[in-house]
Design a protein around this ligand. Structure first.
Ligand SMILES: Cc1cc2nc3c(=O)[nH]c(=O)nc-3n(C[C@H](O)[C@H](O)[C@H](O)COP(=O)(O)OP(=O)(O)OC[C@H]3O[C@@H](n4cnc5c(N)ncnc54)[C@H](O)[C@@H]3O)c2cc1C
Length: 467
């Protein structure tokens, strides 16, 4: 039996942040990872490779659609294999720099390359070894969900993992799901020249996001040539003439959707199945996610959980990382640190990007029974007019009496960067008047925040640029 102060199960964003904090606190720590390479989802098969390919698609699209008269950026060739190889090289470089090298620098952390399973509340087995610790952090992440569709296993499918290293572009791609992964991969493959058909269950796309903006984004994706079909049910997956076929029910009719490949983007399943959580007495919710309280403790107070494996609301790299840091702190000290998920932003890295922080209109209605919201088109933002990029929208929700900013939602180029300022406004409970009296540089897309704030007080159509 090997004894540690802390055992961390997993090797992704959550686990690494926990290991770094544990090392700072001088705790003798074991970190165990298997399945995905060190670094987990984000660097290997998630954020990093997908954003590289999305950026490549954006450059190609921009070259063809910049709308600046007099400039012809004729793309002479497009080598998809080279693009994928470049993306894989980037992944390997970042994994070495940001994970392997970092791990070597954590002098009190011992790494185990193997699959971990609980043997008791304080014991974990890995590669036949028994490890013991008073405190344990579960950071095992999640895996693409396989929807229960008859014939799907036989027909075969790709997940984001295979799609990010595909050697040849599929001519036609069916994507099941219209969440972040489905929408980002749809635009990425479409811009590379694949015909993309999204098959989704609920009305609209990105159903957790602000509806005015997702409706607009959906329209734009359709204009780019992506077919989006709402299916009450996917009845059957089968093969015909070498193609993969889905038989779906849509608006009461039976429809056949054909493609060369099927990509699953119907959500993620927490990696809890083979962990032996029942042996440790750790409870999971109805989706199999580890249930945690505000300080990231599971039903067993000495076992914590962080990142995609938990039932917490935001499932992104920064939240996994922050939860890892806080869980290590809470596990090893007297701290009771927690995250305010209301001020955690997210970004969908389409072009334009959709970024959001705080309450949507629907959430404000639900919580407060009323909503004080304004939506402004980027046609009112001088920088967007200069760039010929007026397609976006910005929406702000404020407190009906105090006028504090409670939510900001942006569909625009670089919205992921703009939302950082909005995050601070929501976090610091700034008011509309404070934003109106601020002086953002002219002309910038960041001015949109002041313009939407102004729209609560004035008719912005009648203002000159410099107000
Ligand atoms: C395609 C895609 C794109 C994304 N893009 C973004 C983005 O742009 N921005 C963003 O913020 N987020 C993005 N995300 C989400 C982000 O990647 C995750 O939220 C984050 O990586 C979760 O980190 P984690 O530490 O919880 O889990 P992971 O990074 O998945 O790490 C878990 C690790 O534990 C290992 N493991 C599992 N079970 C065991 C076991 N029993 N024993 C040992 N090891 C085990 C796994 O193999 C893995 O290595 C994306 C996700 C996907 C799929």
């Amino acid at each position: 039996m090997k004894t540690f102060d802390l055992i961390i199960i997993g090797g992704g964003a959550g686990a690494f942040a926990a290991a770094i904090r544990a090392n700072e606190l001088k705790a003798k720590t074991a970190m165990i990872n298997a399945s995905l390479p060190l670094g987990g989802t984000c660097v290997n098969v998630g954020c990093v490779p997908s954003k590289r390919l999305l950026w490549a698609g954006e450059i190609m699209h921009m070259a063809r659609n910049h709308n600046i008269p007099g400039i012809d950026l004729n793309i002479k060739s497009f080598d998809f294999k080279k693009l994928i190889q470049d993306e894989l090289n980037l992944v390997s470089r970042m994994r070495k720099e940001k994970y392997e090298k970092v791990l070597r620098g954590l002098e009190l952390v011992t790494f185990f390359d193997g699959y971990a399973r609980f043997a008791s509340e304080n014991e974990v087995t890995v590669n036949g070894d028994n490890l013991y610790a008073e405190r344990i952090i579960i950071a095992t992440g999640s895996t693409a969900k396989v929807p229960p569709v008859e014939g799907l296993e036989e027909v075969g499918y790709a997940t984001h993992i295979e799609a990010l290293k595909v050697k040849q572009l599929p001519k036609t791609l069916i994507i099941i799901g219209a969440g972040p992964v489905g929408i980002e991969f749809a635009q990425m493959f479409s811009r590379f020249g694949t015909k993309v058909i999204i098959v989704k269950r609920s009305p609209g796309i990105l159903r957790f996001a602000e509806k005015d903006l997702t409706d607009r984004l959906e329209q734009m994706l359709e204009i780019e040539g992506i077919d989006i079909i709402t299916a009450e049910a996917i009845r059957l997956a089968t093969k015909k003439n070498g193609k993969k076929v889905l038989i779906i029910s849509s608006e009461g009719k039976e429809i056949t959707v054909k493609g060369n490949e099927i990509l699953l983007a119907a959500g993620k399943t927490p990696n809890t199945k083979d962990l032996g959580l029942d042996i440790a007495g750790v409870e999971v919710d109805e989706k199999g996610a580890v249930a945690v309280n505000e300080i990231l403790q599971t039903s067993k107070p000495d076992i914590f959980a962080v990142g995609d494996v938990t039932n917490q609301p935001a499932r992104f790299e920064p939240t996994a990382g922050r939860e890892g840091t806080l869980a290590a702190n809470n596990a090893l000290t007297e701290s009771k640190d927690r995250i305010d998920y209301d001020v955690v932003p997210f970004t969908i890295f389409t072009d334009p990007q959709l970024a959001s922080v705080g309450l949507t209109e629907a959430e404000q209605m639900k919580r407060m029974g009323t909503c004080n919201c304004r939506t402004v088109s980027f046609e009112n933002v001088p920088k967007a007019i200069i760039m010929n990029r007026t397609e976006g929208l910005i929406k702000m929700a404020i407190h009906p009496s105090t006028e504090e900013i409670m939510g900001v939602h942006i569909l625009a180029p670089n919205a992921g960067e703009l939302i950082a300022e909005a995050m601070m406004l929501v976090k610091n409970k700034n008011t509309v008047d404070e934003v109106i009296s601020s002086l953002p540089m002219f002309p910038t897309l960041a001015e949109s925040l002041k313009i939407v704030a102004l729209s609560f007080k004035k008719d912005i159509a009648s203002l000159s640029c410099c107000v």
